[in-house]
Design a protein around this ligand. Structure first.
Ligand code: GLU
Length: 374
């Protein structure tokens, strides 16, 4: 991928750090948040699909409680985040609404990115929100996330979110305006690196441990995030959050900040992973009509009405093989129902799912976005 490919980016994750949206005393920087909401709302109006990952819950909580510094113990930090998260959402809700947008709060933990059921559910929910034109506002669920379940910083969280939502680019707005050849605070001769196509050990070593008082992430977490994003085919940009208008420049492909470019596109990556990376845990046979539609369209959602048989013993959220009535493999995809429920709804109309199962998870057995043709 090249930087000018960013002009085509449609689904965009923007991460803002605590130091971008709060003052050093933890009070909210309304001017900044207001600008951010305006630019993101405008990009959304242009037909882009924006997702915001916002830090700042902890910092805002500290400000609201008028503490002179962050508590050191875990319950104290979590309690501050609990106070701050509500305040942050209230602000985002109000500001985005002024520009006609609806937001949704999404709180995730590491467990949600590791457990395939959680992952599949999160993915389905994001997909629906995006379909509805809602802007998800994501943060780590700081109140419950401790120790090994904690992602810990929103740079990494944003890269994981970018993977979950199939984003084209993850933009980290920060108090640094890119990756430098050395720490610019201690090395005035350091220069900004506009483009990275390979994250080498040398480059990682260069990214010293600089961080500010309110935030969690320094350059190291940003490089980790770039690796996560790039390894699943998503570009990542580090840029200054001083003026959120920079989002437009980034999406015009202008040489601001530092862009980390992946070798394969996210679509290619996902298809490769679905086709060859994921373990196939069962088989779904489809009728001739659906088989023909899959062959003709190159993709297709699989509805219960077209499913004739299920083999294996699997739960929802796993990868299954889709075959025609001769057993020939047509596609692979992530299935929304486990074997037991799927057997009950074979061949039925979508509107009857609820009557039969007592609930409807999704209309599709496999959504077209989660299907790859073999
Ligand atoms: N989740 C934390 C918060 O909202 C921020 C983590 C980070 O700064 O990266 O306070």
């Amino acid at each position: 991928m090249e930087r000018k490919g960013l002009t085509e980016a449609r689904r965009i994750v923007v991460k803002v750090g605590s130091s971008t949206i709060t003052y050093p005393n933890g009070k909210v920087n309304y001017e900044k948040i207001e600008k951010l909401a305006r630019v993101m709302a405008d990009l959304q109006n242009q037909g882009k699909q924006m997702i915001l990952v916002s830090s700042g819950a902890g910092a805002v909580g500290v400000g609201k409680l008028k503490f002179s510094e962050k508590p050191r113990d875990i319950p104290g930090k979590q309690a501050c985040a609990a106070v701050g998260q509500g305040i942050l959402m209230h602000i985002y809700e109000r500001l985005f609404a002024e520009y006609g947008q609806t937001v949704a709060q999404v709180l995730l933990t590491r467990a949600d990115t590791l457990d395939r059921h959680h992952y599949a559910n999160a993915r389905n929910t994001f997909q629906r929100l995006i379909e509805w034109g809602v802007i998800p506002v994501v943060n780590e669920n700081d109140v419950v996330a401790i120790d090994e379940f904690k992602i810990g910083d929103n740079d990494n969280l944003s890269a994981l979110v970018a993977g979950i939502v199939d984003a084209d680019v993850d933009i980290l707005l920060s108090d640094v305006d890119g990756l430098y050849t050395a720490n610019p605070q201690t090395h005035p001769e350091a220069v900004r690196i506009p483009e990275v196509t390979e994250i080498t050990a040398g480059l990682e070593a260069m990214a010293g441990g600089a961080g500010s008082r309110n935030g969690t992430g320094g350059m190291i977490t940003k490089i980790q995030a770039a690796k996560v994003a790039n390894s699943s085919g998503i570009a990542l940009v580090i840029a200054s959050g001083a003026d959120p208008e920079i989002l437009r420049a980034i999406l015009r492909g202008e040489p601001v900040g530092t862009v980390f470019l992946p070798h394969v596109s996210h679509l290619q990556f996902r298809k490769q992973w679905l086709a060859f990376g994921a373990r196939v845990e069962g088989t779904i046979a489809v009728d001739d009509g659906l088989a023909a539609a899959i062959r003709k369209n190159g993709t297709c959602s699989i509805l219960p009405v077209g499913v004739t048989d299920v083999k294996g013993n699997f739960e929802s959220g796993v990868t299954v093989s889709v075959v025609d009535k001769t057993g020939h493999e047509l596609a692979r995809g992530i299935v929304n129902y486990g074997t037991e429920d799927l057997r009950k709804i074979l061949g039925c109309q979508t509107k009857d799912i609820e009557k039969i199962l007592g609930y409807t998870h999704t209309d599709e057995v496999i959504h077209r976005d989660n299907l790859v043709i073999m």
